[in-house]
Every structure is written in C-alpha cells, then in structure tokens.
Write a protein that binds this ligand. Structure first.
Ligand SMILES: Cc1ncc(COP(=O)(O)O)c(C=O)c1O
Length: 375
C-alpha cells in the first residue's frame, strides 16, 4: 500500500510509541492528585509542556494548553477569544471547519463575524484582513497552510497589518497542517494563538495544543475541574501528551530533511504525471506545502479514481475528507472559484516523512496506469 493521505493523518513515530508505552502500563496516575503516583504523572506533563514550549520558541511553558486535538485548539482560540473579548471574529472562507464552524456558532449567538474571500489560489490578501478589523474585533484567524491544497498564507504579514489596525485584536493561526514542514517560532511570527495537532506530525490522535501568549485571557470551551489553569478542564491524557511532546521534537529536528525528501517525492510525482497523462495542478503558482499535490484529472470523477486507486494500492483523498469520510463538496475549492466539474475531478495526494523521489516515481507509475485505464 502506498499511503498518500498524510494530510488526513500520519503513521505514529516509533519513538512516540516507545515513549507512551509506560504510561499505558504501570506509569498510570491522575496528574491532579497529591500522592507520589499522581505527582509522577504531573511531572511528565510539565516536562512535555516545557519541551513543546522550547520547540516553538514560547517564552513560558504555561503558554502551552493541552487539548484533545486540533479541532479543540481551534475552538478554544476562536470561541475563547471572542467570548473573553468580548468581540467579533475575522476569518477566511478556506479555514478548516474547526474554525469556520466556531465562527458560525458565534454568529448565531450574536457575535459579529466576517468571513473573507480568497483569490483563485486560495490566499487571503493581508490588507483585506486588516481592513476588516474594527474596534470590536477580538480575534483574527488565518490558517498557516490549507489542509486540502497546502497553500500557505502570509500569516506574519497579516499579524503585522492587523496590529497596526487594532493592537488589541488577537492573531490566531491554525498551524495543524503546516507544522510538519514550516518552522513555527511564536517569538518571531507575531501570533498570539497557534493550534497544533498530534496526529498530523507522527503523534497520537486525539491530542494537540494551543499556544496562548502570556497575559491573554480566553473563555474556556470546556468547564469542569479547572485543569490547564482553568483553560481546559478534564483529566489529562498523560500518555498522549507525552507522545505529543516527542512527536513535536522529532518533527522540529527532522524538518529540513523532511522538506527535502518529501518535496522531492511530490515534485517527482507531479513531474512524471504531467509527462504521461492529462493532469492539472490546482494551485501551481502558489507557495504551498511540499507534501501536497492537489490534482485534477479532466474527465475522471474523483470518486471513481479514488476507488480504483485503492484497488491498485494507493490511498489518496478528495475534498475535505479529514472530517467526514464521505466525499462532499469542498468549501475550499468553491471559495477559490473552482467550478463544480473541476472540483469533482480533483484529488489530493499528500506525502509523508518516509517518502522520497522514488516513492513519487512509483506513485506516478500506478496513478498513470489507473488514469489511462479510465480515460
Ligand atoms: C488545518 C486543520 N485544522 C484542524 C484540523 C483538526 O485537527 P484534529 O483532527 O486534531 O481535530 C485538521 C485536520 O483534521 C486540519 O487539517
């Protein structure tokens, strides 16, 4: 099986499994307790927090809030900032549903929400973001890179311009897809809130974190025993948090190598396909993640292609597969102005850390065979 769906989830890293194993065995313990078993669990969490903070340039480990994944981190950032503001939200039409649906919830309960359009490559204009920010804007949310196309937004530029519009507005970025390949340094990037998810970077599913710059108050979205300084209640998933820290460190240590290998895989794949079949790269001109190949095969429905590819041993995705399982119309492609026919013929291949130019060539051979059969 050639697994080319790393944007949906990644295989867990062996060192992550190894680090987690004791916590699924005799290193149990609820970190909120007082006795030695509890304290040991608490120490493991605080060590994970320190290691993650150091990996992203955070000034203080307490700026890391552990969550149950990227979706929850996005909800906490957007809903938490708007409600604590209190104030409105400015975001873009291509965000992950974790952000868009949070914004829509806020709109339903009376908050002012602006969803900005994007250009044909899926990019929002940074000055349009700044222009949309008013006195009452609590938070701006612009993703670092898109999960479907891999297109990278100018978040640092957005942050700079928004600050000069309203320096009380918080800047959130969903870095869930980008974290595997792009450097994230919160002391340099100008962001206030950053979402990261474990399972996109070789960590476990169901765990992530939100970086919250010191001094920022968020209204929680989960209430209970007041864990995570009251910002996220609920007993910690100690094993997952320990695994997350290892995944973050391995990701950061391997990033430049990752970009080289994975970029070679993706580029070889696109190059070979272009030489052999009728294919269009959806966002050819945009700066995009090295992992993503978003391709259209004119005349071939994505669903048919995906089923045939699956038989041929290639796992790929169409539309926004990471949140439903069923193929549904992509709000990202619609926002980019991609027509219905083109959208229904588009497939996402996403490479991962074990891939290289050879994988790209092999994948292109299999995809070429299937496409020729269907043409
Ligand atoms: C950009 C982006 N944001 C958020 C999420 C949600 O993260 P999680 O699956 O950890 O809830 C995903 C993927 O599912 C994503 O690609």
């Amino acid at each position: 099986m050639l697994y080319l769906d790393h944007a949906a989830t990644t295989p867990i890293r062996p060192e992550v499994v190894e680090a987690m194993a004791p916590y699924l065995g005799d290193r149990f313990g609820n970190p909120s307790g007082i006795h030695a078993t509890a304290r040991r669990a608490k120490n493991s969490i605080e060590e994970a927090r320190e290691r993650i903070a150091a990996s992203i340039g955070a000034a203080n480990p307490l700026e890391i809030v552990f969550t149950g994944g990227g979706t929850e981190a996005d909800n906490l950032a957007v809903i938490g900032a708007a409600m604590a503001g209190p104030g409105g939200v400015v975001t873009t039409a291509v965000e992950h549903p974790a952000v868009l649906e949070s914004a829509r919830f806020l709109s339903r309960i009376g908050y002012e929400v602006t969803i900005l359009p994007v250009d044909g490559e899926g990019r929002v204009a940074p000055d349009a973001v700044a222009n949309a920010v008013g006195d009452g804007t609590a938070v701006v949310s612009v993703m670092t890179a898109n999960n479907e196309t891999g297109v990278i937004q100018s978040v640092a530029e957005v942050a700079r311009l928004v600050r000069s519009s309203n320096d009380r507005t918080l800047i959130h970025t969903d870095a869930v897809q980008a974290f595997g390949s792009l450097p994230v340094d919160v002391s340099r990037d100008g962001t206030d809130l950053v979402s990261v998810s474990g399972h996109k970077i070789g960590g476990p599913q169901g765990v992530g974190f939100l970086h919250v710059r010191s001094g920022i108050q968020l209204e929680p979205v989960i209430y209970g025993g007041g864990q995570e300084l009251g910002r996220r209640s609920g007993t910690h998933n100690v094993a997952a948090i320990v695994g997350l820290a290892v995944a973050v460190e391995s990701t950061v240590a391997g990033r430049s190598n990752y970009r080289e290998r994975v970029g070679a895989a993706r580029d070889r794949f696109e190059h070979d396909l272009r030489s052999n079949v009728n294919v269009e790269v959806t966002t050819d001109d945009a700066d995009r993640l090295v992992s993503h190949a978003h391709l259209r095969f004119p005349g071939i429905p994505a669903e048919t292609l995906l089923v045939r590819l699956d038989f041929a041993g290639v796992a790929a995705a169409a539309g926004a597969a990471c949140h439903s399982g069923a193929i549904q119309e992509s709000h990202v492609l619609a926002a980019m102005g991609v027509g219905n026919t083109a959208a229904s013929e588009s497939v996402r291949f996403s490479f991962g850390r074990d891939d290289d130019a050879e994988t790209g060539a092999k994948a292109a051979r299999i995809v070429t065979g299937v496409v020729e059969d269907l043409s």
